[in-house]
Design a binder for this molecule. Sequence first.
Ligand code: GDP
Length: 191
Amino acid sequence: MEEQERELQLAEPLIMTMLMTPEMANFSGNVHGGAILKMLDQVAYACATHYSHHYAVTLSVDQVTFNKPVKVGELVTFYAQVNYVGRSTMEVGIKAVAEDIHSRQTRHTNSCYFTMVAVDSDGRPVTVPKLMLDSPKTKARYVAAKLRRQLRIEHDSTMQAIDLKWTDQLDTLSEQEIEDALNAEMENTRE
Ligand code: GDP
């Protein structure tokens, strides 16, 4: 699809509420991080497919923290929105809010950002509509998503460099170089 032919589309909000059931929980009654991650992935999938009118696959997810536990019996609402689109990629932001059904108290448990790719029935990437930015909020989220995209690229290349040096080319390092690097890292940890 030519750039000028790409239609503009609004990022419609997607909101999904789920009850946290006992099979999702560990022995202390908190929902497993993996169970939450699965729900987040489903929400990201639903949001990206709805926006692109194509199946979507997960390319990456960043910043999922599980430091605010979710309890069995609570309702969790996921607020999702496409924040940014590339040619075939979309960043879907999700905010998760847990609610105690008795007290009705709510708390924001986590936010995260999925990068999804729209694909055709053969699994090949397809062009998605351009994002229509209709408010200061959607514009600000677009800018933030673009900055996160740049950070991901930098992070990926740093990870590759670490992998190259400490895994693929490990044989090229002497025992002394490994010892020195270990001592330097131990020194950093003590500070
Ligand atoms: P933000 O990215 O700085 O706005 O951080 P938030 O934690 O508030 O939200 C994370 C992401 O969840 C946002 O980037 C949006 O994509 C999505 N989101 C947040 N609030 C809402 C909402 O009220 N409705 C919908 N549909 N999505 C939301």
